[in-house]
Design a protein around this ligand. Sequence first.
Ligand SMILES: [Zn+2]
Length: 302
Amino acid sequence: MNKFNIGIDLGGTKIESVVLDLNFNILFRQRILTESQKGSQHVLSQIENIYLQAINHIEDSEHTLGVGTPGSLSKSTGLLRNSTISCQNGLPIHTLIEEKLNHSLSIENDANCFALAESHMGAGKKYGLVFGVIMGTGCGGGFIHNGELRAGPQRLAGEWGHSVIDPNGPLCFCGKNGCVSTYISGTGLEEMIYDSLKIKISAEKFLSQLIYNKEEEDILNKFYEFYGLSLANIINTIDPDIIILGGGLSNHKDLYTKGLQMVYKNIFCEEPTTPIIKNILGDSAGVIGAAIIGKTGSIKDC
Ligand SMILES: [Zn+2]
């Protein structure tokens, strides 16, 4: 019987591993650099390195294994697409990692891992229908029902970041214009600021300013307007018990006050009550979710 669950979270700059016991207590964790500039073979070797150290910690005991990755695997081809670890795009990474580690594994998008971890061990523990929202470099999400990840027949569930909210908006990398991600992700906000003011500033720094001039305030209002629309669309569609925010922008406290009011303003309901809460697990959610995916394999296609 498997006594341990190992999770590996692939990120653009670092790879993280965790070993959980049967009750999902963290026994061991580690981070190493991805070094993706050295190519896909090197990234695979880094994954092998961190995995070997994890199994060394449990003295080669039987274990489950789950991997979280940016981007998504095409259901028809099995090839990775839209990953920020660009050297892995177009590769059958599920097979490649299994062969490299000589161990079967489950693999899932990192936003789905985030939502799953928060649903099991974080802010969503007491809720049945949990929608996890990532507002980081891009916008992603995951949809959890009674502790199980729902992927959908096209594996699209949670991809709210590429819903078009302004057909005349900026071009998104996905090929459409005015996706949610082009307005309320870190990159989207930074491009909005640059287009208007010709200055480069991080989204997190911009949102943390205490004083705004008129032009900056216009951008801030636009950001909150689109934030309100984007999250209200989720609520109007699936009416989740809770929305949990993750990613770098989730640290900005006004999202839960001023932002919440902008969301509620757009909900098709007179007295909206949906809680919009910051994550509890922080940076750890992705790797914990990967370990849970390895154990449960709980992806439902419909
Ligand atoms: Zn898009």
